[in-house]
Design a protein around this ligand. Structure first.
Ligand code: NAD
Length: 287
């Protein structure tokens, strides 16, 4: 049975991509964030992204920003999530923020609603403990930019039921995506490796071993990676990288995850990467 209405909480880098992708796959979307200003910017961003991606797509309905935006309800009010069958949470990677969000979701959504956490590093079992429906909480780690990435890292929390996993897979199939299911652990598979790699690449820069371009070129030309670690950091968002590596550091109590000073300094200075226009590289216009 097709899932009709999906709640997307958080209209940042990931929430924007998800809302667009879900609307393009024929779902009604309720997109929630904390301010009208953020939602207006999300609306503009989705319009720009559809226009840009229509150069690669050739589907009139999917390419029509008015049609797609009509499928999305933008709101600061969590109450509109009361009719959703599935909610994907994409708020800032901070435990205190996630905590408040799940308390609201659990109180508002029907007990049958599935909650998918699109977190970078926080264990799903820990998130599920914030709700009274631990069997209906799953990790769905989408890749960025969401509409262009066909694979999702899916995480089974301690209590996640087989039924929840199968419904999540069904939703992904409706979105034209596949998944790889892994067990719960901080950072899962992808970010336990990636965050450490990016953090170490920033240490290389701090230690003046090589320039930004040189670090990235080594990964692209020697290993055949599409992007170097510093370009990837800019795409993800340096604030999200810092919060994620902090989660790994606290979770494992292992000094190998200590965040690099330069990363902290850049985040303090507001250099978040593509989303702020400046990170390791400079960006102009839409992301
Ligand atoms: P972001 O900073 O771009 O966006 C986060 C959004 O959450 C902001 O718009 C913020 O206003 C909103 N928010 C904060 N508190 C809220 C609340 N109480 N209710 C509703 N919205 C609230 O971050 P992002 O990059 O979109 O990351 C979101 C989540 O997805 C994080 O957990 C991150 O670790 C994860 N993630 C990020 C990437 C990536 O490449 N950026 C990839 C996979 C997963």
């Amino acid at each position: 049975m097709k899932i009709q209405t999906v709640g997307v909480v958080g209209a940042g880098v990931m929430g924007i991509g998800l809302a667009q992708n879900l609307a393009q796959s024929g779902h009604h979307v309720i997109l929630v964030d904390i301010s009208e200003e953020i939602l207006e910017s999300a609306n503009k961003q989705i319009r720009n992204n559809i226009r840009f991606q229509s150069f690669f797509n050739k589907n009139e309905k999917v390419d029509n920003p008015d049609y797609i935006l009509h499928q999305i309800k933008f709101s600061t009010n969590y109450k509109f999530l009361e009719d959703t069958e599935f909610v994907i949470e994409n708020v800032t990677e901070k435990w205190d923020i996630k905590k408040g969000v799940y308390a609201q979701l659990d109180a508002i959504c029907p007990e049958t609603t599935i909650f998918a956490a699109n977190t970078s590093a926080i264990p799903i079992t820990r998130i599920a403990s914030l709700t009274k429906r631990a069997d209906k909480v799953i990790g769905m780690h989408f890749m960025n930019p969401v509409p262009m990435k066909p694979m999702v890292e899916m995480i089974r929390g301690y209590h996640t039921s087989d039924e929840t996993i199968s419904t999540a897979k069904e939703l992904l199939a409706q979105m034209g995506k596949e998944s790889i299911l892994v067990n719960d652990s901080p950072g899962f598979v992808s970010n336990r490796v990636l965050m450490l790699t990016i953090n170490e690449a920033i240490f290389l820069l701090q230690d003046q071993v090589a320039s930004v371009e040189e670090v990235d070129r080594i990964f692209k030309t020697c290993f055949g990676h599409k992007m170097g670690p510093l370009e990837t950091a800019d795409l993800i968002g340096l604030d999200t990288i810092l919060f994620s590596i902090e989660v790994l550091y606290e979770s494992f109590n292992d000094s190998k995850y200590r965040p690099c000073q330069l990363l902290k300094k850049m985040v303090d200075a507001g250099l978040f990467g593509r989303k702020s226009g400046q990170g390791f590289y400079t960006y102009n216009g839409a992301i």
